[in-house]
Write a protein that binds this ligand. Structure first.
Ligand SMILES: C[S@@+](CC[C@H](N)C(=O)[O-])C[C@H]1O[C@@H](n2cnc3c(N)ncnc32)[C@H](O)[C@@H]1O
Length: 169
């Protein structure tokens, strides 16, 4: 919503960061994290090309598990798009235990009715393992704290991405 604060926990090539900046325009603010300098640079270029004022965002070259060191409570949305940076080395990828730490902290930073989305890629072994661990974690969240949904295609031959959506109560 206009004026909201939001977080992109996996900036990558900046598509989701730009999406959040568009949804919070004209005066919202977005924090975006990535552990790869090249991802931070790609995101910066995308935002500059889209003429987003730098006063509306902060790009953090670091791990999303440190989210609470950089972001004040009261955020409206937080996005995770797991896996590796498209077009880069596949060995730098999200790690389930780090994502769980970041998720736990992001839930604490959410305002009531705020939303977290996590896009997962179970089409390969590491992605399937990551999804299983994350599902185990979100199933354990107190229903009085968050509503949790898991969305997935059920009529495709190929295993497609699936999404966890959490909403703070
Ligand atoms: C699938 S890509 C994200 C795509 C991105 N959302 C976009 O719109 O282009 C996943 C990204 O997560 C980043 N990543 C992996 N582990 C991370 C961590 N611990 N903290 C922050 N970013 C991480 C990777 O470097 C990679 O750029």
């Amino acid at each position: 919503m206009p004026g909201d604060r939001a977080v992109d926990c996996t900036a990558g090539n900046g598509h989701d960061t730009l999406f959040l900046l568009e949804k919070t325009a004209p005066d919202g603010f977005v924090h975006a994290f990535d552990i790869q300098a090249s991802a931070i640079e790609n995101t910066r270029k995308r935002l500059e090309n889209a003429c987003i004022p730098p006063s509306r965002y902060r790009l953090i070259h670091g791990c999303h598990s440190r989210i609470a060191d950089h972001v004040q409570p009261g955020i409206a949305a937080c996005m995770f798009n797991l896996g590796y940076l498209p077009g880069a080395l596949h060995d730098i990828t999200t790690q389930p235990y780090t994502v769980i730490k970041a998720l736990e902290r992001a839930i604490s930073l959410l305002k009531p009715q705020g939303i977290i989305t996590v896009v997962m890629y179970p089409g390969h072994e590491a992605g399937r393992h990551e999804m299983e661990l994350l599902l185990e974690f979100v199933r354990s969240i107190d229903e009085k704290r968050c509503r949790v949904m898991h969305l997935l295609n059920v009529n495709t031959a190929k295993i497609s991405p699936s999404i966890i959506v959490l909403q703070k109560i």
